[in-house]
Design a protein around this ligand. Sequence first.
Ligand code: PMP
Length: 361
Amino acid sequence: MSRKLNFYAGPSVLPVEVLEELQANIVDYQGNGFSLIEASHRGKVYDKVHNEAIALIKELMGISDDYSVIFLGGGATLQFSMVPMNFLVDGKVGDYTLTGTWAKKAYTDAEKIGKVHAVFDGKDKNYTTLPEASSVKPSANSAYLHLTSNETIGGLEWKHWPETGDVPLIADMSSDILSRPVPVDKFAMIYAGAQKNLGPAGATIAIIRNDLLERCGDHLTAYLNYKTHTKSNALYNTPPVFSIWGIKLVLEWIKKTGGAEAMAKRAEKKSALLYGTMAESNGFYRCPVDEKYRSTMNVVFRLPNEELEAKFLKESEEAGMLGLKGHRSVGGCRASIYNSLPEDAVSTLAQFMKEFQRKNG
Ligand code: PMP
């Protein structure tokens, strides 16, 4: 079997050994005579997978018992609503850093629920840069400050975190969770959709500091209240069991291959290869993002014109490389190089870029 080199932004590449493990157990899960996806989510077999996945998230991210870790449905997108529904209370203001498409979506949803304020807006620079973390301050009556740690479409990534004092710092880490060590204790809440660094689509991970749960309003319907899920160990309703099974296997793979530190080293090396190729291209390849904040997960780039970009995408696909088209809202090219993407795939892409420039430059 020849697998393509997968640069999709999400759902995205998974470790081959995880796919093989799923395949080997899909009909008969570990000799139980049934598949895990046919079993009750209240049974012993699933319970073990569920709890191991939660324990591995805690272990790999260094999360203390001051936090609850839960799985939710609805994608990271539902968190754009649930965060303000639960925490934007008592006439307070939700502070947002507008750094690109995803941060703006979070802000726009919160705006429908309560008072919001943009503490930073990257609009003037077309969302190609981030603020200095130390310059980001919450407003006086702040309920929380929200940031998007990695803008998947724009290719920007926070390298340092704002100090928000008593104001809860909340982060959407959908596209860079577990790609590097993160000081979880600086955050009141972290959430992330699974389908980039963590596993098959379906589950969203939410990590919530327990004291914050006191604020969740009892006016909310059951599913929308975080307390419902923290109280029931994320088993209030049927969880996305296949996604969580896949997440458990990916987490085991991350652990076996060195944890967050090793993921960060690999991500630095892989992204440096692509940014380096651009730097040596005499302007043939251009990354629009401020050098200080270039993402190690989503590397965006432009070619001299759209005709060449179309040719690049066509020929790269013919050469077995998938998903290099930039998001439809911005165009250009983007290589998503999440944890599970082997270094070889990135070297092949860098080589292809050089060759393409030689022929078309
Ligand atoms: N936030 C970020 C940073 C994302 O990249 C995405 C998806 N690409 C989302 C939120 C939305 O996630 P979902 O599709 O799981 O709702």
